[in-house]
Write a protein that binds this ligand. Structure first.
Ligand code: F0G
Length: 465
């Protein structure tokens, strides 16, 4: 039987969007104007945009057709019921609350259950999750397994939570823990999956202390596929069956549907608890909108409902995970230090190994991101000291847990030759790594500083040819 080695996109192109093709000189000007912060660079200067896989998916013809069918009624729209039914079937949860994106769900949930004196443990909180927990006054605790903190450690489920550490936290302060969060896949920890086994253990611990378990499920389909590939006894199951089981272990979930629902915008909060749902809906009305649209247009809900079905197709998930692994493998073969193994939605460069001569305090991940943009027009995202560290009173930097550069791959957007170009660009910068130096932060806001802070080079000229 013909068994092709080629990883073929299981779709063909119907509409094309030209890529901005810019010169190094044009990018140097853009980078300087942006004070070396890629969030401040205009997208029309970026040739391949791997800043995020969020909201950047290509929608299918069915989704675009759904956009036309969207029901824009203020209350009780048809598109809401299609969306709510889809999410109910997937999660088994009764209360489906649409929101404009993931962090709106986080804000509503943590405003309701968080607050001063509360502790919210997770495998690893994503940046907005941590920020929303902390903004409520609560403490956000990361309890990922040891392997999950070491970029070079090999483990099939590096997103797993350390069950012993979680048990200890609950023994000491169960009364002040409103919920436990499992981020699937674990974005800040390298897009690594959580096993079903680990989720079951966490469920048992949560039951013992009567604490609810919540999934931050932005990439639930990718997590399901990893379980099918890697977890004993799961090979014969469909990703949908695995996903349904994961959700049924939880008491609630929120999703940024800008990821595994192929949405350009959208999200939801799904709850079992009636009283909590009433409280959350009241807050929703205050800031997001009426509970049958939650800050979205009816057409968005329609497109998301379709995307949530499409994302569980086996041919799509196989292509998705294999094509990320393809990029990872070629960079690995070129000697580029990477977080191992490949993640689902992204390849993460290990900036501490990539630039061993630049200490964490001098923000090696940000230097690499700047160089990738300057040389190749490739936009990546630092997930390290800029994102998760902070400035100490003496002006130096407390480092983040790891210094990573994430090359996130938008869904169904770039082809293999685009990714071959990215591999070349990363390899080029890696070969010239000795010429890269560090950066310092010259201005920063009080929270989520990575979005808006400015940088200055320390003792090197990033723009030198
Ligand atoms: N949780 C996870 C695991 C995420 O990755 C994100 C967003 C959110 C919550 C927040 O959702 O953006 O819709 O408000 N991650 C994006 C990223 C921004 O680039 O990884 P949102």
């Amino acid at each position: 039987m013909f068994k092709p080695k080629t990883i073929m996109e299981p779709f063909r192109v119907k509409v094309v969007e030209p890529l901005p093709m810019r010169t190094r000189q044009e990018r140097a000007v853009a980078l300087q104007e942006a004070k070396l912060n890629l969030f401040s660079v205009h997208a029309d200067q970026v040739t391949i945009d791997l800043m995020t896989d969020s909201g950047t998916s290509a929608m299918s013809q069915e989704q675009w057709a759904g956009i036309m069918r969207g029901d824009e009624s203020y209350a009780g729209g048809r598109s809401f019921f299609r969306f709510a039914d889809t999410v109910k079937q997937l999660t088994g949860m009764e209360h489906i609350i649409p929101v404009h994106q993931g962090r709106a769900a986080e804000r509503i949930l943590f405003t309701t259950v968080g607050g001063k004196g509360k502790t919210i443990p997770a495998n690893t909180h994503f940046d907005t999750t941590r920020a929303n927990a902390e903004a409520s006054g609560a403490e956000a605790l990361d309890l990922v397994i040891e392997e999950g903190k070491d970029p070079s450690a090999e483990h099939p489920f590096k997103g797993n939570i350390n069950v012993l550490a979680l048990t200890k936290v609950l023994e000491e302060r169960a009364g002040s823990v409103p919920l436990v969060v499992m981020t699937i896949t674990n974005n800040s920890g390298g897009g690594q999956p959580v096993s079903l086994e680990n989720m079951k253990q966490v469920r048992a611990v949560c039951d013992r202390f009567q604490v609810p378990l919540f999934l931050d499920c932005a990439r639930f389909a990718e997590n399901s596929w990893f379980i099918k590939l890697r977890e004993e006894g799961q090979q014969q199951r469909t990703p949908r069956a695995i996903a349904e089981e994961m959700f049924r272990l939880a008491d609630g979930a929120w999703m940024s549907s800008k990821k595994d629902a192929f949405g350009n915008i959208g999200g939801f909060l799904a709850l079992k608890d009636d009283a909590l749902a009433i409280e959350c809906r009241n807050l929703l009305i205050l800031t997001e909108g009426f509970p049958t649209y939650g800050g979205l247009a009816g057409r968005d809900l329609e497109a998301l409902a379709i995307g949530l079905e499409e994302v569980l197709a086996e041919d799509y998930l196989e292509y998705r995970i294999r094509s990320t692994e393809y990029v990872w493998r070629h960079m690995d073969q070129a000697g580029v230090p990477l977080l191992r193994p490949a993640g689902g939605h992204a390849v993460y460069l290990d900036a501490r190994k990539f630039l061993p001569h630049v200490p964490s305090g001098l923000l090696p991940g940000q230097s690499i991101s700047a160089a990738l943009f300057l040389e190749g027009g490739v936009r990546a995202c630092e997930i390290g000291t800029v994102m998760f560290g902070h400035t100490l009173p003496d002006g130096t930097q407390a480092p983040g847990p790891m210094d990573l550069v994430r090359l996130a791959i938008p869904r169904r957007v770039y082809t293999q030759s685009h990714m071959d170009y990215v591999i070349e660009a990363v390899t080029y910068v890696f070969e010239r790594r000795a010429q890269l130096g560090g950066l310092k932060i010259i201005e920063e806001p009080s929270a989520l500083r990575h979005f808006t802070c400015g940088f200055e080079p320390i003792g090197w000229d990033p723009y030198a040819p």
